[in-house]
Structure formats: structure tokens, C-alpha cells
Design a protein around this ligand. Structure first.
Ligand code: ATP
Ligand code: MG
Length: 217
């Protein structure tokens, strides 16, 4: 139930919310509550025709796909797993930047295993992106779907390697893992419901332009 004469933007708490604040400011939008401290899931703004809904990062494309939110901000990782159905993706916001990569324990010779044509067990939250990456490289893998802390999997013998997001590499290092293959750079995108874009263009277009003008290269 979107507001007919207004727009709803889906955001997740944490880095996406924090890094979106300057973009919202550029569009003249200021949230009236802080989702880190408030328990509210629907947050108003200084503009009566703009509200925010606070969702889990992986749920953002779903809310926008079904029109429960007109727009949202989601990582490319999340969008790849979702598939992007029903979503218009007009803008790379260049926020929440990191990389998707393959990592393995220091003592696992990944390159040699690949060369031998061995079947490698890979734990990941990003099954779709991982499947496409290994298929394109002709690497044989058994993928194990996890929902959190992939770094643990190779340490306890659940997997030989992981596919995960890396920014500083600190978490990998702390768990004796090294990056063995880069898959792709990741940043967050603005996603817009395709019907909303047509029906609410006069509200959405100025926000889109303000965001585009505020994107850091
Ligand atoms: P949760 O932490 O609640 O399990 P999540 O990991 O999906 O959910 P965030 O950690 O806020 O949520 O990540 C949101 C988005 O930010 C991810 O989808 C990804 O695009 C990006 N991201 C994830 N980890 C990093 C990182 N270490 N540095 C920069 N961006 C990141
Ligand atoms: Mg996280």
C-alpha cells in the first residue's frame, strides 16, 4: 500500500542508510527519525509526500518489485541474487563500495586445484553470482548456501573456499584467509518500480536528478 500522492523509499539500516543521507539531503529530504535508535519501520521526512521504509538489505528489491516501495537502494550483490525483475536501475550511487571475490585458507592451493580440474566446495551467500563466475571459468564447484559468516566455513571443513564481499580484507586476514580471485566490484544502485516511474514521474524524476548530481565519482 504505497501512498498514492507521495513516494516511499526502501532503505536498509547501517552503511546504506548512512551513505544515503547526503544524497537525500541533496534532494531536500531529511528523515525525522534515526533507524539505528528508533524502532519505527516507517520513517517520515521533512516532506509530507516522502517516507522511508526500513527493510533488510536483501529484501529491498522485493519491496520495490511489488510496488510496496516506489524506490530503493540496494547493493549490486543483492540485485544479482534477486535477478532484477520489475526493477528499473537508473543510477549507480557509488556508495557501500566493496568487491565480490573468492577467498581460501592460506594453505589451500586454489590455483592448483582448479588446474587439476578438482571439484571445489565453495560456501557463499551469493549462490547465483558464484555459479555464474565459476561456470564462465569452467571451474567445477559444489556450492553451499550460507546466510552469515562465510569466513568460518573453510576453518571448520565445511568448504575449501568462499565467495564473499571484501572491503579492507581485515576479516579475511583475521581468519587466515586470502583472496584468490576477484569476481567484480560492488556498489549500491538506485532501483525504481517500473509502474511507479510512469505513474509518479513528476515526484520521482527530481529525486533521481538530485541523486545523480550528488553522486561522488
Ligand atoms: P546483515 O548485515 O543484516 O546480514 P547485509 O550484510 O545484507 O545484512 P549490510 O552489511 O548493511 O547488510 O550490507 C548492505 C550492502 O552493503 C551489501 O549488500 C553490500 O552491497 C554492501 N557491503 C557489504 N559489506 C560491505 C563492506 N564491508 N564494505 C562496503 N560495503 C559493503
Ligand atoms: Mg553485513
Amino acid at each position: 500500500m504505497t501512498i498514492l500522492n507521495g513516494i516511499t523509499l526502501a532503505l536498509s539500516k547501517g552503511r546504506i542508510f548512512e551513505e544515503t543521507l547526503p544524497l537525500l539531503a541533496a534532494a531536500g529530504i531529511t528523515p525525522t527519525d534515526n533507524p539505528e535508535t528508533s524502532r519505527k519501520l516507517i520513517i517520515g521526512t521533512n516532506r509530507p509526500d516522502v517516507r522511508l521504509v526500513i527493510v533488510r538489505a536483501t529484501d529491498t528489491p522485493t519491496y520495490v518489485q511489488y510496488g510496496a516501495a516506489d524506490m530503493g537502494i540496494a547493493g549490486k550483490d543483492v540485485l544479482l541474487e534477486h535477478g532484477g525483475a520489475g526493477l528499473y536501475q537508473p543510477l549507480d550511487l557509488n556508495i557501500a563500495k566493496c568487491r565480490l571475490c573468492v577467498a581460501a585458507p592460506k594453505d589451500f592451493d586454489y590455483a592448483a586445484a582448479v588446474k587439476r580440474g578438482a571439484r571445489i566446495r565453495v560456501a557463499t551467500k551469493y549462490v547465483k553470482a558464484a555459479r555464474e563466475h565459476f561456470a564462465a571459468k569452467g571451474v567445477h564447484v559444489d556450492l553451499i548456501k550460507l546466510y552469515g559468516s562465510m569466513e568460518l566455513a573453510p576453518l571448520v571443513g565445511l568448504a575449501d573456499a568462499i565467495v564473499d564481499l571484501v572491503s579492507t580484507g581485515g576479516t579475511l586476514k583475521a581468519n587466515n584467509l586470502v583472496e584468490v580471485e576477484d569476481i567484480m566490484p560492488i556498489s549500491s544502485r538506485l532501483v525504481v518500480n517500473q509502474a511507479s516511474l510512469k505513474l509518479k514521474r513528476e515526484l520521482i524524476q527530481p529525486v533521481l536528478e538530485a541523486f545523480a548530481g550528488a553522486v561522488k565519482k
